[in-house]
Every structure is written in structure tokens, then in C-alpha cells.
Design a binder for this molecule. Structure first.
Ligand SMILES: Cc1ncc(COP(=O)(O)O)c(C=O)c1O
Length: 446
């Protein structure tokens, strides 16, 4: 089944698309052909306003000349060098620059940086570091990994095992020795919270105590959560929840991992969610905004206590048997350094904070649209939850998605939840345009 009606449409058969209904897609393909600033253009040259920063990654907007030039320069200087038992300057330079803005307060910054190729790799890396750390400090029985229902931590076997999205798990075996906290989504008590975080649910962090009681403290290595859960449909942490999780994890010698693959690099209005919420984990996973999505890359930030615990044994021994061919890839590091320059010169790591009030007002106005059962915002993120159609879950939001695209707005939907996360360069007028288009489309598809 193919779709060659238009002269510039490529053949579609060979590309097996990720997380896509391939057959449905290929009947009516949606292709983006170019991008600049806040806009994509489709195959017909029609402008599409980017309401999602690509996939939560293009924080500095599209087509940034500075990044492209830096990558080109790097590729013509040193395109690739082996990453094991060899180094190259730009990886060290990028790690130092990241260390300076690393998550955590001065004196407690998680400023030891392990490079990966993606968010999924960052998650599996952090889980492995946590287990290796426990063994290094004489706690080798601690191998259990705790995640949370509705969590998304990428698609590696580690990530799906601590993840809590059923469709990502049901077909695949998961790691033994994992368990989950309950999720925190509670529309009955928290719907349409306007002034900050949901008020109810901090006590759900006590699930960690229950899992300690169930499995034994000495079996648990780490607990991983997204500070703001993104892929499941934008769930904000209840007030006090993350603090309580930190406190319980510390009391039991369990490492706390924040998965900041989407919250890292300015999404909430602070450089990291760790800074935004003032709760310091032991490990932080990142990717996406690290390089503005331009070259694939991830990074795990580790606290010094974690890193230093592994720097023992004979000096000629490899301390952590883990790494990737593309850890610290020169082109990715060049993209990352140029991205950090832009973030810093344009104040993008805090700009979401300046726009958050305008953003929240525009998005909460959608509360009156038909079938909207909740609106949640933080920084430059919004989740708009729709009542599913009877017997046809997901179809209402999917219709909103396709109709928005037809009207020149790219949004993301998961189930019947609309998620918005525009590039951090978005202007107030473009926020209003997104809200107006959404209001019209939700009305029209009601
Ligand atoms: C919180 C979180 N962790 C991990 C990932 C996986 O990242 P990647 O798709 O780069 O492997 C994502 C991707 O959306 C994410 O949102």
C-alpha cells in the first residue's frame, strides 16, 4: 500500500517507523520537510507552528546556524575517535561546561558526566551505575530497581522494566527484581489546579516505605522517577511528594534517580527540575535538549559520592564496565557546546519561567472547551486531558491532533491527553495562537 500521488513524495515501504501506526500512516502520510525557528514546513511548503519542540528536544528552536557551523567545523577537524581508553578534547570540554551548570545547588552539584547516545541509554546507564555503586560500597545485595506506574524511561530493557506504560511492557519480558510506586494522577482531587503543583498526593511517596517493607531494604538499589512525567500525559508531582521520596530514599540507603530527559535544559523555567523543585537526587538522566535535538546524545549526571565510590581498586582497572561507541561523539559534543552557548546568551534556561504565567493563563482558558476534564501546566509544558469517547479511547485526541496539523499546529497526543511543550524561544503571540487553534479544534471535533 503506497502513496505516491504527489511528485515529491518518497517511497514509503522500507522505513519501519518507530512508535507509529505504520499502515495507517502510510495511507495518509504526514511529512515535515524543513524547519526554521518556531516553524516547520510540510511537503507543500505549508507552515506548521511547532507546539512540541519536535519531541521535547528542540529547545532553542530550529535551524540554528551556530550549531550547524560548530558541527561542520568539528567534523572537518576530528570526525570520530575511539571512546574507550582514548579521549578527545571536545568531550572533556563539554563535560566541564555541563558540570558548571549541573543539576543541584553549589557544593552539591551532580558534576560528574557520563555520555550516552539517547535518553534510553542514559536511563540504562544510570540504573547500572546505581547497582555498581551499591556493590562498590559493600551493599552488593542491593540490585532491585524501583520505578513508578505510568513512568516512561525509554525503551531499553532496563527502561521498560522500571517504566510503567503497559503497551511498552506487555509484549516484552522485563528485568526480574523490579517494582513500582503507584502513579500520582488524581483528577478527582486535583483537576484544574491553577496555582502551582497538585495539592493532594504527597503521601503516595510512602509507597517506597511499603516496598522496603515488602522486599527488604537491603535488596533495593535505586528508585527512578520523572520529576514531571511527560510521555504518559504530563503529570505534575504533588506538593511535597519529591521531598518525601528523597527523605525516604536517603533513610534507606536507596539512590534517587531523576529522569530529566524532558525536564532538563530549561523546560520548567530552571536549568533542571532538580533546581526547580529544590530536591537533589543522586543521579540525573538527560538527552534531548542537551544538543537541541540536532545530534543524538544523552548524558548522565552523577553526584560525586556516586562517582568517587567507584574510583577505587587498582589504577589500571576499568572502574565501570559500561560505555558506548558514541559516548562523547565529537559532533554531538560540538552541537552540545553550541547549544549551551545559545541557551546562555539568550537566557533560555530560565525563559520558561518568565513565560509560565502567560502560558498557564492561555492553556487554562481551554478548561471551558467541550470534553476537557483537566488542564495541567508547569513552565512551558501543558497537559490537556479530554474525556475519552465511549468505547473508542484515544480517538478524540487523535482527531484533535490531525485537525490541528491541518490548521498548521503540531501538537502531541498520548491516549486522550494533549501534550504541549514548544521551543523555549516561543513568543507570547504564538502561545495565544496555539491556544486559539486548540480551542477551535476541540470545539470542531466535539
Ligand atoms: C523521561 C524520558 N526518559 C527517557 C526517554 C527516552 O529517550 P530516547 O527516546 O532518546 O531514548 C524519554 C523520551 O521521551 C523520556 O521522556
Amino acid at each position: 500500500m503506497n502513496h505516491h500521488a504527489r511528485p515529491n513524495m518518497p517511497a514509503l515501504d522500507s522505513y519501519w517507523m518507530p512508535f507509529t501506526a505504520n499502515r495507517q500512516f502510510k495511507q495518509a502520510p504526514r511529512l515535515l520537510a524543513s524547519a526554521s525557528g518556531m516553524y516547520y514546513a510540510d511537503m507543500d511548503g505549508r507552515c506548521v507552528l511547532d507546539g512540541t519542540a519536535g519531541l521535547w528536544c528542540v529547545n532553542a528552536g530550529h535551524g540554528r546556524r551556530e550549531i550547524a557551523s560548530a558541527v561542520e567545523r568539528q567534523l572537518m577537524t576530528l570526525d570520530y575517535a575511539p571512546s574507550f581508553q582514548m579521549g578527545h578534547p571536545i568531550a572533556f570540554e563539554f563535560a566541564e561546561r555541563l558540570a558548571a551548570i549541573a543539576p543541584g545547588p553549589e557544593g552539591q552539584k551532580l558534576d560528574r558526566v557520563f555520555f550516552t547516545g539517547s535518553g534510553s541509554e542514559s536511563v540504562d546507564t544510570a540504573l547500572k551505575i546505581a547497582v555498581a555503586y551499591q556493590r562498590a560500597i559493600g551493599q552488593g545485595t542491593r540490585t532491585r530497581l524501583i520505578g513508578r506506574e505510568r513512568g516512561y524511561h525509554g525503551v531499553g530493557f532496563g527502561g521498560i522494566s522500571v517504566g510503567g506504560l503497559v503497551n511498552n511492557r506487555r509484549v516484552f519480558p522485563t528485568l526480574p527484581g523490579t517494582d513500582h510506586l503507584r502513579h500520582t494522577h488524581d483528577i478527582a482531587r486535583n483537576a484544574f489546579t491553577k496555582d502551582g503543583l497538585p495539592k493532594h498526593g504527597a503521601e503516595l511517596a510512602d509507597d517506597l516505605e511499603r516496598l522496603v517493607a515488602l522486599h527488604g531494604t537491603e535488596t533495593i538499589a535505586a528508585v527512578i522517577v520523572e520529576p514531571v512525567a511527560g510521555s504518559t500525559g504530563v503529570l505534575l508531582p504533588p506538593e511535597g511528594y519529591l521531598q518525601r521520596l528523597r527523605e525516604i530514599a536517603t533513610r534507606h540507603g536507596i539512590l534517587l534517580i531523576f529522569d530529566e530527559v524532558i525536564t532538563g535544559f530549561g523546560r520548567l523555567g530552571s536549568p533542571f527540575a532538580t533546581d526547580h523543585f529544590g530536591v537533589v537526587p543522586d543521579l540525573v538522566t538527560t538527552a534531548k535538549g542537551l544538543t537541541n535535538g540536532v545530534i543524538p546524545m544523552g548524558a548522565v549526571f552523577a553526584g560525586r559520592h556516586v562517582h568517587d565510590a567507584l574510583m577505587h581498586g587498582p589504577e589500571n582497572a576499568i572502574e565501570l564496565f559500561h560505555g558506548y561507541t558514541y559516548s562523547g561523539h565529537p559532533a554531538a559534543c560540538a552541537a552540545g557546546l553550541a547549544t549551551l552557548d545559545i541557551y546562555e546568551s539568550e537566557g533560555l534556561l530560565t525563559r520558561a519561567g518568565d513565560l509560565a504565567a502567560h502560558w498557564a493563563k492561555a492553556m487554562h482558558a481551554l478548561a471551558d472547551a467541550p470534553h476537557v476534564v483537566d488542564v495541567r501546566t508547569i513552565g512551558l509544558v501543558a497537559g490537556i486531558e479530554l474525556q475519552p469517547r465511549d468505547g473508542a479511547p484515544g480517538t478524540r485526541a487523535y482527531d484533535v491532533f490531525t485537525e490541528c496539523l491541518a490548521r498548521g499546529l503540531l501538537i502531541r497526543v498520548t491516549g486522550d491527553i494533549i501534550a504541549l511543550s514548544p521551543p523555549l524561544i516561543v513568543e507570547a503571540g504564538q502561545i495565544d495562537e496555539m491556544a486559539a487553534t486548540l480551542a477551535d479544534v476541540i470545539d470542531a471535533t466535539a
